[in-house]
Design a protein around this ligand. Structure first.
Ligand SMILES: [Zn+2]
Length: 357
């Protein structure tokens, strides 16, 4: 799979959001890598909610497209040219990617939580301008500090889940010690299902998953949920009285269910990103029940914990992948990913898209 520098192509196909409803496979030039950048030949890319938002609305929350953006931050691939500076993995190394670059902003944040650094950039994000291009690209130059070599026991397909699994791992770790505790996961899309898998691995005693649709609940059960509840059954959710609740639906109905489903003195971790602005939530319950409400945003070194847990077989997340399409069928893949009644994580496959194949 590795190539010497002479054989690297001058360009390759990439999935680019130009505006709302305007997603294209463009042939983009492979820029000259910086001294600290390796060239990665991308194998798989997972479609995330933010990718869908750029395609559907030309924006993900406050991040508005002002120029064409290469999408994608959940990828796996193989290094085809190591960094010229000599650091990082050698050619032929399979890698996962940590998409964040901590920001230089001066505002205060805890030094051990760079995910909170102001001005932090993320692959495939229009949060800043110029935008930060993503990695849904046959070839991508990435700084070696983003690359995590994969043990042989992790295949490249499963490795595309390492980024969202790290988001889920961070959320679960925000809840503190979960061993022996009852857990409730609101919203069983990919992040919720991955949270179920992480809770299971961490020894949560009883895990209940909630969603509006049957397919996500089926996936949640496959990765370790002991019980599933339809989101419309609020009485059943309230009866759970969970020690730990992970809110991953990203809407206020879900957050209301999370608050109602928590036991007195329990913890609610909010990882689903709610829309900006005011949100109607029964917050008085959180006061009188002395709930701990905690935010959760992206992740830091949890990616290394996820890789270790996948490598030793203690974390089972494969059932979260429901579909795979070649890059050439990206638009269809996005249509499928949009429909949470039928899909979990949808992958794009980039192998076969390069001129070397
Ligand atoms: Zn994502």
């Amino acid at each position: 799979m590795s190539m010497d520098s002479e054989s690297l192509p001058a360009s390759g196909p990439a999935l680019v959001a130009h505006a709302a409803g305007d997603l294209r496979i463009d042939d983009i030039p492979l820029a000259r890598p910086a001294a600290d950048e390796a060239v990665v030949e991308v194998s798989y890319g997972g479609i995330c909610g933010s990718d869908l938002h750029y395609w559907l609305h030309g924006a993900a929350g406050e991040s508005i497209l002002k120029a064409p953006l290469v999408l994608g931050h959940e990828i796996s691939g193989v290094v085809v040219r190591p960094a010229a500076g000599g650091a990082g993995p050698q050619a032929g190394t399979a890698v996962a990617v940590h998409p964040a670059t901590p920001g230089p902003g001066a505002a205060k944040y805890p030094a051990d939580r760079p995910n909170l650094s102001p001005g932090c950039t993320y692959l495939g994000s229009a949060a800043r301008y110029p935008h930060t291009d993503g990695a849904f690209s046959r070839y991508v130059n990435l700084p070696v500090r983003m690359l995590r070599p994969l043990p042989d026991s992790i295949d490249l397909r499963t490795a595309a889940l390492i980024e969202p699994a790290s988001v889920a791992w961070h959320a679960v770790s925000r809840a503190g010690d979960i061993k022996g505790k009852s857990a409730l996961v609101i919203g069983s899309g990919p992040i919720g299902a991955l949270a179920v898998a992480v809770l299971k691995r961490g020894g949560a005693a009883r895990i209940t998953a909630v969603d509006l649709h049957a397919k996500p609940l089926e996936i949640a059960a496959a990765v370790g949920a002991d019980q599933v509840i339809n989101a419309a059954d609020t009485a059943a959710i309230e009866a759970v009285e969970a020690d730990v609740v992970i809110e991953s639906s990203g809407n206020h109905h879900g957050l209301a269910s999370a608050v109602r489903g928590a036991v007195r003195g329990g913890t609610v971790v909010m990882v689903g990103l709610l829309p900006t602005g005011m949100q109607p939530v029964p917050i008085s319950l959180a006061i009188t029940r002395e709930l701990e409400l905690k935010g959760s945003f992206r992740f830091n070194d949890e990616i290394d914990d996820v890789i270790a847990a996948l490598a030793d077989g203690s974390l089972d997340i494969e059932p979260v992948i429901t579909h795979e399409f070649p890059l050439a069928d990206a638009l269809h893949a996005f249509e499928v990913a949009k429909d949470s009644t039928t899909s979990g994580k949808v992958l794009l496959s980039f192998d076969g898209e390069g001129p070397d194949q």
